[in-house]
Design a protein around this ligand. Structure first.
Ligand code: DX5
Ligand code: ZN
Length: 233
């Protein structure tokens, strides 16, 4: 079924002043997915970040559109689908139909970024573009008018629980500087915790993905509260 309206609007608004927290499902207990999602929803998460890996673009395999379709009815959270797959164009429509609110594709994964970002928006959902730590922002310069979100990778994608790579801070600053009225959100993904979230916010980050810092904590409410306090400090 083809979507005609842009989704996910209202859920972008509430915490934009202070930043949005997006727990990454990658660090959840997959044997209790529904419970895990409810726990972060009740703990005050703004979005749910879904890491999609194909064992080719990154050295790991995770979930596909089937899982997005299964979790869509059980949560109101904005489903932020991060496609770490080669040839993402083959999967965009399937994720949109499964209920994704944002689909983010990697600049390194396709030769036709412009075409595929337009396709995501044509499907009525938000389009994101991502760059790996070793990729210069210059490769996405020409598509900044076509995106609702820029995802700056602060680890080499593939696994949760890795250490934050500080070069991401300069990229965020640069993206905030060149935004000049464009509506894109700046998202950071990888190694985000209460120690670096304040600096990331000051640099201009709008959306903070956190896997192990939230799902790895016994009390998710406390973990999210701590992240919010640190980002406002
Ligand atoms: C890495 C993923 C991240 C990761 C974040 O490839 O894109 O979303 O799960 O997990 P932490 O916060 O543990 O680095
Ligand atoms: Zn991710």
């Amino acid at each position: 079924m083809k979507k005609t309206t842009r989704k996910g609007g209202p859920s972008l608004q509430p915490n934009l002043e202070t930043g949005l927290i997006a727990p990454s499902l990658l660090s959840a207990d997959f044997s209790r997915l529904a419970e895990e999602i409810r726990s972060v929803e009740q703990a005050g998460a703004d979005w749910l970040h879904v890491d999609v890996m194909d064992g080719h673009f990154v050295p790991n395999l995770t979930v596909g559109p089937l899982v997005v379709e299964a979790i869509r009815p059980i949560t109101h959270l904005h489903l932020d689908c991060h496609l770490m797959v080669s040839r993402p164009e083959e999967w965009i429509t399937a994720f949109a139909n499964a209920g994704a609110d944002t689909v983010t594709i990697h600049a390194e994964a396709t030769n036709h970024l412009d075409r595929h970002l337009r396709l995501i928006r044509d499907l009525g959902i938000r389009a994101g573009v991502s760059v790996n730590p070793a990729t210069s922002l210059s490769v996405i310069e020409e598509v900044l008018d076509l995106v609702d979100l820029v995802l700056v990778m602060s680890v080499n994608p593939g696994f949760g629980g890795q250490e934050f790579i500080p070069g991401a801070l300069q990229k965020v600053q640069r993206l905030a500087e060149v935004r000049s009225g464009r509506p894109y959100l700046i998202e950071v993904d990888g190694g985000v915790n209460s120690k670096n979230i304040g600096a990331l916010r000051r640099a201009g980050t709008d959306v903070f993905v956190a896997g192990s810092a939230i799902f790895g904590a016994p009390d998710r409410k406390k973990a999210i509260r701590q992240l919010r306090q640190s980002l406002e400090a």
